[in-house]
Design a protein around this ligand. Structure first.
Ligand code: ATP
Length: 513
């Protein structure tokens, strides 16, 4: 993978109006970003793809938009006040701060890559005779590394389960994990750090109430689930979906919009009968991966990662990981959350929030399977997959963003060949046929080749060039962003292309098949 890929994404995003660092004239704010015109169009399209695939394609999923501020007891019941901590550790030489669990996980990842290397080497040596299963089960080197992986994982899980921070520190020392900046093992002790931002509600000092900015959108769904179930006349199993901002005071906020302090989540909580969670969890694992693959992204860019270390509320958890420029990382989480949240809210509020099941003729607290994805992380996944620098046949190069077509910020660019002879006016007349359905752009500046390049760089799937012949017979040249092929088509044909390839419906239809 290109070592500078992330840097290129960051500078491209800024240059072409996708993402800007926030408050830049005041030196910016770490891990806070603003979306510019093309960015907000792309972000809205991703959100809409998620929202419609949940709400429109499923009769039994309904929506909500709950407030960011919630009663502070919410976060006591959910466990966030006590347990929404990350274990932090500082390197005394570089003064850099790290998440202790991430340092250990990265160490394990390195061991995993060593295993992969041994496998690739053997694959090359033995060619078609290669038996991967036999090799991994018998090769002494692979066995030795796999044993180390299991050993480290075991110690890490035990230390975190027992909340034993000195044991976490000892593991980092024993493994001689080095700070990537200073290269030393000169670490502080491991400490817990709560990730919630707090603020105050109300004006006067004594009557004001301490509040938190929500660290996840899910709790708004839990507190409202029964009213929503009743008012939308849902029966279990049913889901509630929500998109909205979440806030986390992340210890290490690097890697652009991968880890932000203010970000947006798209979460869906599916309420089910206790005992059915395993099936439901597996179904949503598959459904969510299908949603990603439906975008035409290569399947080997994704992998499942089942959790060894479970959160306090979960009985199973799996991440869908994506191959970002810095390696495979979590893009989305699917969690079997049991009845932990609903039971805790019931206990702390003293209010009965059980579901009456008309089929079983009894009350119970539903179990919950959730799917939770960061909109900004999905945005980064799309950028990582789309941004390419291509060397063309004539030796020149171009930068192109092959964004999945229905998600592209602008679907069509209309380019009058000349700025005279009535071509701009005619172009604008044709554009009127499209502006109610899709986002389009008009560009008359510079030579046509440069205008094509500008559209390639922001991912516009098609450029439409209007020339003198257009005025005579309503045909124009259409140029494809990815193949760069050009052909002459009629206006009616363009409408078919829009319907079949460029609007969100085309993507949703494929998903629904
Ligand atoms: P991580 O292990 O990366 O911190 P997490 O397991 O805490 O993530 P969840 O609480 O499961 O994440 O949140 C669900 C989704 O929200 C994640 O899969 C991710 O896409 C997104 N997300 C979480 N934290 C951030 C963040 N700081 N910035 C951007 N997106 C985030």
């Amino acid at each position: 993978m290109d070592k500078d890929a992330l840097k290129k994404i960051i500078s491209h995003s800024k240059e072409y109006g996708f993402i800007f660092p926030s408050s830049e004239i005041y030196e910016g704010l770490n891990a806070i970003y603003d979306y510019a015109h093309n960015g907000v169009l792309l972000k809205n399209n991703i959100r809409e793809y998620w929202w419609k695939s949940m709400i429109q394609l499923n009769e039994n999923i309904v929506g909500i938009d709950s407030a960011i501020f919630m009663h502070p007891k919410t976060w006591v019941a959910s466990g966030h006040v006590d347990a929404f901590n990350d274990p932090l550790i500082d390197n005394k030489d570089s003064k850099k701060r790290y998440r202790a669990d991430v340092l250990i996980e990265e160490y394990i990842e390195k061991l995993n890559s060593k295993v992969q290397k041994e496998i690739s080497k053997a694959e090359k040596r033995f060619k078609e005779k290669f038996d991967k299963k036999q090799f991994t089960e018998t090769n002494p080197r692979v066995l030795e590394i796999t044993k180390s992986i299991e050993d480290v994982k075991g110690k890490m899980i035990l230390a975190f389960e027992n909340d034993d921070l000195p044991a976490v520190k000892k593991l980092i020392d024993d493994l001689e994990i080095k700070c990537p900046i200073s290269g030393t093992c000169n670490w502080t002790e491991v400490r817990q750090f709560n990730l919630m931002f707090n603020t105050k509600l109300g004006a006067s000092e004594d009557s004001s109430m301490d509040l938190y900015l929500r660290p996840e959108t899910a709790q708004g769904i839990f507190l409202n689930y029964l009213s929503i179930q009743k008012t939308s006349r849902m029966k279990i199993p049913f889901g509630i979906a929500q998109t909205g901002k979440a806030f986390r005071n992340e210890i290490v906020a690097r890697q652009f919009i991968f880890r932000m302090r203010e970000f947006e989540q798209m979460e869906m909580q599916f309420f089910i009968q206790p005992g059915t969670q395993e099936d439901c969890f597996n179904q949503w694992k598959k459904k969510r991966l299908d949603w990603h693959l439906n975008l035409g992204i290569k399947p080997n860019s994704f992998r499942y990662h089942d959790h060894d270390k479970l959160a306090h509320y979960a009985d199973a958890a799996c991440d869908i990981e994506f191959l970002f420029p810095f390696g495979f990382r979590e893009l989305e989480g699917i969690h079997s959350r049991t009845d932990f949240d609903l039971k805790s809210h019931e206990k702390l509020s003293g209010k009965k929030i059980q579901y009456f099941d008309p089929v079983l003729d009894k009350n119970y607290t539903p179990y919950v399977v959730e799917t939770s994805i960061g909109l900004d992380r999905m945005f980064l996944a799309i950028l990582s997959n789309s941004l390419k620098n291509e060397i063309l046949k004539d030796g020149s190069s171009r930068t192109v963003m092959s964004i999945p077509r229905p998600l592209a910020p602008n679907k069509l660019a209309f380019l009058p060949l000349l700025k005279k002879d009535g071509l701009p006016e005619y172009t604008r007349k044709i554009m009127r046929d499209f502006i109610h359905d899709i986002n389009i752009v008009y560009d008359e500046k510079d030579a046509i080749g440069r205008r094509y390049r500008r559209q390639d760089a922001i991912g516009t799937p098609y450029c439409i060039t209007i020339d003198h012949q257009t005025i005579e017979d309503d045909t124009f040249t259409i140029r494809d962003r990815d193949s760069m092929e050009q052909r002459r088509i009629k206006l009616s044909e363009l409408k078919t292309i829009v319907d079949s390839e460029l609007i969100l419906k085309s993507l949703l239809k494929k998903l629904d098949n």
